[in-house]
Design a protein around this ligand. Sequence first.
Ligand SMILES: Cc1cc2nc3c(=O)[nH]c(=O)nc-3n(C[C@H](O)[C@H](O)[C@H](O)COP(=O)(O)OP(=O)(O)OC[C@H]3O[C@@H](n4cnc5c(N)ncnc54)[C@H](O)[C@@H]3O)c2cc1C
Length: 454
Amino acid sequence: MWDLTFTERRDLSQTRVTIIGIRFPGRAHIEGRLMTHPTKAPLDADVIVVGGGFAGVVAAREVAAGGHDVLLLEARDRLGGRVWTREYSDADFDIEIGGTWVLPGHEAILAEMQRYGVQATQTRMPEHFVTRIGDDDVRRSATPGDSALSELAAAMRTSLSAAEADADSLAVVAETVGLEARVWLDAWTSYLMGAPLDQTSGAWRLLLDRAALQDIDAYSWKVERGAQMLFASIARDGAFGIAVNTPVASVRRTQEGVQITDARGDTFSCALAIIAVPVNTWGDIAFDPPLAGSRARLADERQPGRSVKVWMIVDGVTDFVRTVDPFGGFAYLRTERLLPDGRALMVGFSHADAMPEVNEAVVADALRRVIPEATLVSIDAYDWNSDPYARGTWMAHKPGQWVDALACEGRDGPLIFAGADIDHAAPGTIDGAVRSGLKAGRLAREALEAESPR
Ligand SMILES: Cc1cc2nc3c(=O)[nH]c(=O)nc-3n(C[C@H](O)[C@H](O)[C@H](O)COP(=O)(O)OP(=O)(O)OC[C@H]3O[C@@H](n4cnc5c(N)ncnc54)[C@H](O)[C@@H]3O)c2cc1C
């Protein structure tokens, strides 16, 4: 498990902002330790960051590095947000419950790993393949057949602008191709978006070239001992205060800046606030004045990414296999590693419309459809879609939301919006969260430094 012992940090009493648990009785609960202090007083900071996922902690570190007082308010009892490393329910090894793999081109997160001396490691590439095209049609190749791939690549190619392509869903593309191409497009969307075709923006046509469609296994690099350890490193590195168990209920602009109120009614004031919570939770925060334009639409409609990620220990699988089966099972399933006892640790992905309930019977059935000789031993999964501080998994754009999401990131008066969901370069990824956090940190420093030049 990750370790975050704040007492090991530099002397926080030297800074005006300290860990808030020292000020507010019973609030900060870190690794089972309750930190209390007799006084209760409103707390001011130059910048308050709302949300302690990658975007929030990176933004907090960057602003604090400029010598500004920064306080981060996090609703849960841990940092990490949609990245969460914890022990498998009935085994003694860790699994990534949320974000895990990155691409070799995800430079921002790779730079964070390098900065903190954390190794990247690759999940072994699959060597055997099962693709269910229909009840009686099972293929064994790693990629779509040549003609299906050409058909798919041609159907995805478009001369439309992002805004024009955004008007339709990928279901429109799927209607124009044959069954094999459709199976792959559906699997790609279900696995990498966590959403069905008819809820996924056609703007993805602009990013999915032939090479991407051919390489469904590209997400394979991960943090060696768990992504969560990066949060401990960033929290130790940055001179900013952290309050966990502090869900923000309202964000109000004032003459001086921003007043933030948490669910207990405690208030905090700051010159600038960085809002780094998932877009699907924006609607739970009372913004005054209310969000407008693209932000209001995204908050209201919510993005459709509702992935189902299931870890499983399996008997009868002794190699590195990857399966594709979007109509009735796991859209994507692969061996993560072989365990010392001869069993396999596997991970499967579907989305909530296709797999509304996750239990051993459902998972065993999905597994049997593609690997009949496998026996399910146990499962471990977490329901991010019902989690009040996520309300979904990662950014998948509904038709129309591609354009809206691009307009959401950045500064609006004393508020700066950040997060993987609205990042421009790598939306919906860990890398996108880091990029957006870096950008928000830079914007906040520029704004503060413009107001009071040193
Ligand atoms: C199951 C799953 C698998 C994934 N797999 C991958 C993968 O393999 N590769 C990849 O690149 N990405 C993956 N992702 C996506 C990636 O994890 C996210 O895009 C990224 O971590 C989001 O970071 P963030 O900082 O923008 O948001 P978050 O991590 O969601 O952080 C936002 C924080 O805000 C907090 N919060 C919410 N509401 C409030 C409030 N009212 N007050 C205070 N705090 C609040 C939350 O608790 C959270 O800590 C996956 C996500 C999930 C869920």
